[in-house]
Design a protein around this ligand. Structure first.
Ligand code: MTE
Ligand code: MO
Length: 320
């Protein structure tokens, strides 16, 4: 029997509907280019394609990760205010992102591993135990949200990959398919989107691979079917729709670093005292609260978990 569980982030239907209608209209009116190049985004059939992992959610919440008195951001706000440049550079990509085809979906695990492998997302989901965690998320653009993510610790994927002891970094890559993702036809970007962490960061308990949110499989706009969450780092480290995971001894050059290294570095740990070259990082706008701003906290408030990772590295550009 299907039991509908009322969760704190569920919005009444009347609150969610106008936003949805607004978004569809906006896509016609504003994103004319995207609509022209990807007519299929308007097909309701595509939007309703079944997700075989639906039965895995909601996952049991791990109460260890709390929000420091912040509220969960309503789903209708979070799922409609996204950075996902593969589907456009505005925040309103949720409708365009419906073109993302999430099955079949495979993840290539390669580089300095015992045995390279390609694993289907549903096979991977069978090998791990899903849990729900409440995480804060701080974008480098000085806005923040809080999300009930579901997923599994990154270190579980490291165990499946069985990397060589000499591997120092993990490099993540997003899918590459310019036919499906209009943003990838903009050749001035260094596609595919790439990100990276050190092996020590990957082993940290906070590093989380996200496969669901709000008690359901991950919405496409959030980076279905699998994205990263590193809540002590700026949002651009949270690479979406991962299709390749490479173990390496070379520090990966990330998407934003390739595009603008003066503004976006490899470490990108949250620090209110280190301004972005073009704006302050001292405070942040909390999504869904009519523009309310709160002070930003070092490591986004997760210092007790991660500060030790960076001891003795003060000469590195740790903060942006
Ligand atoms: N592949 C890919 N991953 C990405 C991005 C992107 O444009 N493409 N944007 C990043 C940025 S800047 C942020 S803030 C988060 C946004 O995640 P959200 O849309 O779930 O809030 O995704 C990150 N991951
Ligand atoms: Mo971001």
């Amino acid at each position: 029997m299907h039991i509908h569980r009322k969760r704190p982030w569920d919005l009444p239907e009347h609150a969610a509907t106008p936003e949805h209608v607004f978004l569809n209209r906006r896509n016609f009116l504003v994103s004319g280019a995207a609509a022209l190049t990807a007519p299929s985004i308007l097909s309701p059939a595509l939007a309703q394609e079944a997700d075989p992992s639906t039965g895995l959610y909601p996952a049991k919440q791990n109460g260890r990760y709390q929000l420091d008195g912040r509220d969960i951001t309503p789903e209708a706000v979070n799922a409609n205010y996204n950075n996902f440049y593969e589907f456009g550079s505005s925040k309103r990509i949720a409708s365009a992102a419906q073109a993302l085809k999430i099955r079949p979906w495979t993840i290539r695990i390669d580089g300095m591993v015992d045995k390279e492998q390609t694993i289907g997302i549903d096979d991977l989901l069978k090998k791990v135990e899903l849990e729900e965690r409440l995480y804060r998320h701080r974008c480098v653009e000085a806005w923040s949200m809080t999300v009930p993510w579901s997923g599994f610790p990154l270190k579980a994927l490291v165990a499946i990959a069985n990397p060589a002891a000499s591997a120092k970094y993990i490099r993540f890559e997003t899918f590459m398919d310019p036919k499906m993702a209009p943003g990838q036809r903009q050749t001035w970007y260094p596609w595919p989107y790439t990100e990276g962490v050190t092996m020590a960061e990957a082993a940290n308990e906070l590093a989380f691979l996200v496969t669901g949110a709000y008690g359901k499989p991950l919405a496409k706009s959030f980076g279905a079917p699998i994205r990263l969450a590193l809540p002590w780092k700026y949002g651009f480290k949270h690479i979406k729709s991962i299709s390749r995971v490479t173990f390496t001894d070379q520090r990966p050059k990330t998407f934003w670093e390739q595009l603008q290294s003066a503004e976006y570095g490899f470490w990108a740990n949250v620090n209110p005292q280190v301004a972005h070259p073009r704006w302050s990082q001292a405070d942040e706008e909390v999504l869904g609260t009519n523009g309310k701003r709160i002070p930003t906290v070092i490591f986004n408030g997760y210092g007790e978990y991660v500060a030790d990772l960076y001891k003795g590295m003060e000469k590195e550009r740790l903060w942006a």
